[in-house]
Design a protein around this ligand. Structure first.
Ligand code: FA5
Length: 346
């Protein structure tokens, strides 16, 4: 009987070695040490064995059972590691690929200057305790207009030409101010956040106007927030971006969702594409802002008798134009590699 057990163990060892599927290993385990496995079958004869034989068979069969269990665990682990390695091999990222692409005159992918500046501004505001929020591109009329104090009959709806969906209730958001409402709905004051993203306007393009462009909304709400706070944050923002004091002017601006409202313009030197040395000095409308209108606070679930706030909406594409002295906004999203390759991506 002892011989039978030993030969059973030997054949188990032969059988397990070539297996390469976890399911086969588990079947093998059942066929040897399962309830109806061959070891149990052999041990049925134990009742007919002499006491001496039992003394030898008992401990050895236990030992063999333990060895088989351990061999199964080890095998399953090996197969798992092998599977992981195969997956890694298959999905391997070749980090030397970028260099070889460059050597062959091909351009590796990178971050667009608009997104570079977006991330830079997010970092500036994160360091000042603001959150960064997101919002949907497809919006409803409430979040894009009504909640922002622009009812259906309000002439301000014409200020932003809108891409409407056929149901006339949904639209492609015309500004990131929608994030003000969504942000307020989800939190209790005091709070401060920025919300960057794409916006869409059905308007004729020119050197400073695109149909799809990027804005970054900002909002701070709390007790006693006033215009002084607004100006402080706007100045800090521009100083951090340009790393120097920029010449700016603040003039009254009308937006139904702020009162008072301002337009912050920045002085820039617009290059002349026909004459590289010529730079036309002028003002670029960059950063509309103001104190949040009480109706807007109310629409977002904030009590205007208790809290006040400021908001701003920065044009990111225009900021890139000022930063890199780009004379036509349409270069930015045309996908012309000769243009894109001029920016340091890494
Ligand atoms: C707005 O969209 C307001 N929601 C901004 C705001 C937020 C005001 C909070 C007050 C408080 P406006 O339409 O002016 O405002 O656009 C904001 C900025 O986006 C502009 O200053 C400009 O930098 C940029 N911008 C506007 N239209 C275009 C366009 N067609 N192409 C490129 N940039 C544009």
């Amino acid at each position: 009987m002892l011989d039978k057990i030993e030969s059973l163990y030997a054949s188990f060892q032969n059988e397990i070695t070539p297996l390469d599927k976890q399911a086969d290993v588990l079947n093998l385990k059942a066929s040897y040490i399962g309830k109806k496995g061959s070891l149990a079958e052999v041990l049925k004869g134990l009742k007919d064995a002499t006491p001496e034989e039992r003394k030898a068979i008992g401990p050895r069969s236990n030992e063999i059972k333990k060895n088989i269990e351990q061999a199964i665990v080890d095998k399953l682990k090996d197969l798992e590691v092998k599977e992981i390695n195969e997956k890694l091999e298959k999905n391997k990222i070749d980090i030397s690929l970028r260099d070889s692409l460059m050597e062959n005159g091909l351009q590796a992918a990178g971050t667009h200057p608009v997104h570079q500046i977006q991330r830079k501004i997010e970092d500036i505001f994160l360091s000042m305790g603001f959150e960064v929020l997101d919002g949907p591109h497809v919006e409803d009329e409430f979040h894009n207009f009504e909640a922002l104090n622009i009812p259906e009959t309000h002439p301000a709806r014409d200020m932003q030409d809108t891409f409407w969906f056929a149901d006339k209730k949904h639209l492609l958001r015309t500004h990131t101010s929608t994030i003000q409402i969504r942000g307020m709905e989800e939190r209790k004051p005091p709070f401060a956040f920025v919300g960057p993203g794409k916006v869409f306007r059905c308007e004729r393009t020119d050197t400073t106007h695109e149909m799809v462009f990027h804005q970054l909304e900002g909002m701070m709400v709390g007790k006693g927030i006033n215009t002084g706070h607004l100006i402080y944050f706007m100045k800090t923002l521009l100083k951090e971006i340009f790393k120097k004091d920029m010449e700016v002017r603040l003039r009254p601006g009308y937006f139904p969702f702020v009162e008072p409202g301002f337009e912050l313009d920045i002085r820039w030197k617009k290059p002349d594409p026909k004459d590289e040395s010529a730079k036309h000095s002028g003002w670029l409308e960059l950063l509309p802002c103001g104190m949040v209108h009480p109706n807007v606070l109310r629409a977002g679930g904030v009590d205007p008798d208790e809290y006040t706030g400021f908001a701003f909406g920065l044009g990111l594409d225009r900021l890139v134009m000022v930063n890199y002295q780009i004379e036509d906004i349409r270069h930015l999203h045309r996908g012309d590699l000769r243009f894109n390759e001029q920016f340091s991506f890494f």
